[in-house]
Design a protein around this ligand. Structure first.
Ligand code: N01
Length: 490
């Protein structure tokens, strides 16, 4: 298509979704973009997360971009640093470095009437026709407020802000939290700790999986030489992922079978009835983001490890006091307490049409039409925004599909069909209602308290399968949008 004008685009974030967006834009011929990234390197959560034991619990051959296959992963489940290196290599290989502004935290973005003015913490400003918020979900660490924490004389770390200068070997360590992170960090720290105490407020189902299984070098070499085989493996992974989507979104014997395996994982590995009881959740397996581990229960059985399920009452200068009156002396407290997942681009000061702030627009919780467009915020799209399929569909793919959808709008803007595009309130409400209805039979809605829930009580996930997601983002439906500008119809 002939292009009358070239859009200037600001992409916020250089994690999986920012990289997918930038490369997809380039592949569609849009080159006038900058990527503003608050970290000192690319990778998003894989840049910030550096805690011992960090491993991806999605198989590596699936946890990658379809357009940038890496045949030679070291493990079936890749360690975190290898994923960060992969993302950095992809950014390099696809020519993103010259577009990147690292250490550039966006503090504000304001709709000007025809485009956006984006400001960074160091005083730089960018004018753009479009903004793509690829800020991800897992980047604001959640620090619990525990009485007495200020008086603690030992060290305190959050897993999402790990500091290698803080020693762990030979120390008495408290780990608080038992999500995917807590389970991994306990397994990694226990062998060298003097004592490891795991404080668990609500136990998680932990499905056994061989998380440390290496990928034989021969497999990497073979896949490298046979790209079609590599592609077929990726497609097989996507098909497997479809089965997982089905399991979490619809009740069936398949779901029950996986849940039974979760129960068996506990029964087979924890023989002591008291410990098993302490480790048994009061909700269905798969309801929270499922934890996988082949080492956690073994770590808890070690002589230097203890599970504490009594509530934390206070932190003292030398340890942690629990509700049963015990005092646990510790040298280091590790918070594996997760993230403020529903902040998305906040606390950025994001102001849309007629001065509406994102906090006001999202007063009842984050919402977006088809995960990407927000009423009141023209020419702004989110990638892996509200209701993205964090718990069910490979995220690299979801990000790429969304970026292709955004490219379709850029194409039309370039052809001069409109100046601003804004999703309607009606279409957003309709999408929200569809999502709400489809969430009902999902396993996430079976009575647990997980980070998937917003403060308003909604489940912030996509309850559809991959094909449905792809078709809803296949092409812009202009009936759902206001197109404005001299060239816009209607
Ligand atoms: O965080 P979480 P996470 N006192 O929110 C507890 C991804 N991830 O960092 O359940 C005591 O799951 C809280 O307890 P409760 C993955 O998507 C992926 O572990 O609220 N405890 C819970 O146990 C994952 O789901 C990989 O009662 C407190 C824990 O902290 C997501 O990141 C690896 C507390 C938080 O669990 C987040 O996982 C790692 C308090 N005041 C993570 N406050 C991969 O392998 C909170 N807790 C891809």
């Amino acid at each position: 298509m002939a292009r009358d004008r070239t859009p200037r685009i600001v992409i916020i974030g250089a994690g999986v979704s920012g990289i997918a967006s930038a490369i997809t834009l380039r592949r569609n011929g849009f080159d006038d973009f900058v990527i503003l990234e608050k970290g000192f390197d690319v990778g998003g959560v894989w840049h910030w997360n550096r805690y011992p034991g960090l491993t991806c619990d999605v198989p590596s051959q699936l946890y990658q971009f379809g357009f940038a296959p890496k045949p030679d992963w070291s493990h079936i489940f890749a360690p975190g640093p290898e994923i960060q290196r992969y993302l950095a290599e992809v950014a390099e290989r696809f020519g993103l470095r010259s577009h990147l502004r690292l250490n550039s935290e966006v503090v504000g973005a304001r709709f000007t009437g025809s485009g956006w003015r984006v400001d960074t913490a160091d005083g730089d400003g960018y004018d753009a026709d479009f903004v793509i918020a690829a800020t991800g979900v897992l980047h604001h660490p959640a620090w619990p407020e525990l009485p007495g924490l200020d008086e603690f004389t030992g060290d305190v770390l959050h897993t999402a802000r790990w500091d290698d200068a803080v020693p762990t070997a030979g120390r008495r360590i408290a780990v608080i939290g038992t999500g995917s992170t807590g389970v991994q960090v306990v397994s990694a720290l226990q062998p060298n700790a003097r004592r490891l105490t795991h404080f668990v407020r609500s136990p998680q189902w932990v499905i056994w999986a061989p998380m440390r299984l290496p990928q034989p070098a021969l497999v990497g070499a073979l896949l490298d030489r046979a790209p079609r085989l590599n592609r077929a493996l990726y497609q097989a992974g996507m098909t497997g992922a479809r089965l997982f989507t089905d399991i979490v979104t619809r009740p069936s014997w398949r779901r029950r079978a996986v849940q039974e395996f979760a129960r068996l994982s506990l029964r087979a590995q924890v023989r002591d009835p008291r410990l098993r009881e302490q480790l048994t959740p009061d909700y269905q397996p798969l309801c929270k983001r499922q934890v996988l581990s082949g080492s956690y229960y073994r770590a808890l059985h070690a002589r230097n490890a203890e599970l504490v399920t009594a509530g934390i009452e206070a932190v003292t200068p030398t340890g942690i006091r629990t509700a049963d009156g015990r005092h646990h002396e510790v040298d280091l407290i590790v918070f594996a307490t997760g993230f403020r997942a529903h902040n998305y681009m906040r606390p950025m000061n994001l102001t849309g049409r007629d001065g509406i702030s994102i906090d006001d627009a999202w007063a009842k919780g984050p919402r977006a039409y088809r995960m990407t467009a927000i009423p009141g915020f023209p020419n702004l799209f989110t990638v892996l925004g509200p209701n993205s399929p964090t718990g069910s569909i490979p995220l690299h793919h979801a990000a790429e599909v969304t970026a292709r959808y955004i490219s379709a709008w850029l194409e039309r803007w370039s052809a001069g069909e409109f100046d601003t595009v804004e999703v309607t309130e009606d279409a957003t409400a309709r999408f929200g209602a569809q999502v709400g209805e489809a969430l009902e039979p999902t396993v996430w809605n079976t009575g647990c308290n997980s980070w998937y829930f917003t403060e308003g009580g909604a489940i912030d996930l996509l309850p559809f399968d991959r094909r449905t997601m792809e078709s809803m983002l296949a092409a812009p439906d202009e009936n759902d949008f206001h197109l404005r500008g001299s060239a816009a119809r209607g």
